[in-house]
Design a protein around this ligand. Structure first.
Ligand code: CS2
Ligand code: MG
Length: 402
């Protein structure tokens, strides 16, 4: 069996997606996601100009060997561009293997560990009242877990506050939008939001919050402590994690569960966090962290330390990543939760998929492979459009973490 073609498809049904389609001499093809929000074309070139030509003629059944070829073989290891390209190849190859076996991918991975994948949705509002109402709306839709982000009094454009209600999309301009951040105002406000949420809806639902890397370790410790009475499912990205040791300080001060990992690319980015039990949830997902092959390695390592998974699932992860992640989530023993930000109907039309939402759970469906395809005719109607994530500055103009 041989790979005959590896083609990159770029489409922008409201936001940019980069998709790899690998074809074989046996007529079976596989699909992988390679989208890197705001830096899409770098991965297009990596795949089209560098990795795809090396795949032609290889045996697609040798997934592990091809993964190692992409990782060790480049000499230049890791990084978001390389790992997104490797992920796309790996995801497409698992799709092919599962189709060859005539199985849904979760069966090939080891079979179902659960009946449904608990997801969390995004409730966000311009202010406290609107956010409280939004959480109520998500509860009404059947969600068991809800992330709450709100506009902060005195701050324009706080992180996570969308323009619409269902389809929040931060990459909103042809050049980065500039937003303003002030930690003091946020620290003063966020505990009040969760106090109100618990007073309104009680303690039956899981509530989550994303700090989006904006706090220093001591500020994060302070926030975690202040949120303890409201029993969050997790506090996400409370501080940047390039220095994994930073989480030690946060951990010493709070029992609020900690989650991190959406911008990690390999097991090396989370090795110390996991083995020192400094986090509770590891949020790496398929496209960012080298595909199913590498994500499985991370999850198995995390299981030794009772760290559970919590795959990133924002709209910049295409339905292909969502489908693959759901098969992974259905199998992985140490599953925690899956993020679920809905794609627009235009995106769903470009990527026909077998997964579906019911009662707070996503189900991968029983299609063979990972169950997500790309309709190239519809995709061609939406050409690439430059779009960047915003940047954040402190009130005095200092560039901060968005
Ligand atoms: C966020 C993302 O989903 C999340 O938790 O942190 O929305 C993130 O901002 C985007 O994926 C960036 O592309
Ligand atoms: Mg996040």
């Amino acid at each position: 069996m041989k790979i005959t073609d590896a083609r990159v498809i770029v489409t922008c049904p409201g936001r940019n997606f980069v998709t790899l389609k690998i074809e074989t001499d046996q007529g079976v093809y596989g699909i992988g996601d390679a989208t890197l929000n705001g830096r899409e074309l770098a991965v297009v070139s990596y795949l089209r100009d560098h990795l795809a030509p090396c795949l032609i003629g290889r045996d697609p059944r040798r997934i592990e060997d091809i993964w190692q070829y992409g990782y060790r073989g480049a000499y230049w290891r890791r990084g978001p561009v390389t790992m997104a390209a490797i992920a796309a190849v790996d995801t497409a190859l698992w799709d092919i293997k599962a189709k060859m076996a005539g199985m849904p991918l979760y069966d090939l991975l080891g079979g179902k560990s659960r009946d449904g994948v608990m997801v969390y949705g995004h409730a966000n509002g311009a202010d406290l009242e609107q956010t409280v109402d939004e959480v109520g709306r998500y509860i009404g839709m059947g969600y068991k877990a809800i992330r709450a982000q709100s506009g902060v009094p005195g701050l324009k454009d706080a992180y996570g506050v969308g323009r619409g209600t269902m389809y929040y999309e931060p990459a909103d301009a042809a050049l980065p939008t500039e937003t303003v951040w002030d930690t003091r105002k946020s620290l003063n406000f966020v505990p009040k939001l969760f106090e109100k949420l618990r007073a309104t809806y009680g303690f039956d639902h899981h509530l989550l919050h994303d700090g989006h890397h904006r706090y220093t370790p001591m500020e994060a410790a302070n926030l975690g402590k202040a949120l303890e009475p409201y029993q969050l499912f997790w506090l996400e990205d409370c501080t940047p994690a390039e220095n994994q040791e930073a989480f030690k300080l946060v951990r010493q001060h709070t029992t609020t569960p900690l989650a991190v990992g959406e911008i990690f690319n390999t097991i090396w980015d989370c090795k110390d966090l996991i083995q020192n039990q400094l986090i509770d949830y590891i949020r790496c997902t398929v496209v960012r962290a080298g595909g199913i092959t590498h994500l499985r390695r991370i999850a198995d390592f995390a299981a030794l330390y009772q760290v559970r998974t919590g795959s990133h699932g924002a709209t910049d992860l295409s339905p292909v990543t969502m489908g693959a992640a759901l098969h992974f989530d259905t199998w992985v023993p140490n599953f925690g939760i899956q993020e679920y930000m809905r794609h627009t109907p235009e995106t769903d039309e470009v990527f026909p998929h077998a997964y579906s939402f019911a009662d707070g759970y996503l189900h991968p469906g029983d299609a063979i492979g990972h169950g997500v395809d790309i309709d190239e005719t519809i995709a061609a109607r939406y050409p690439y459009k430059p779009a960047y994530l915003p940047v954040a500055r402190l009130e005095d103009g200092t560039l901060w973490n968005w």
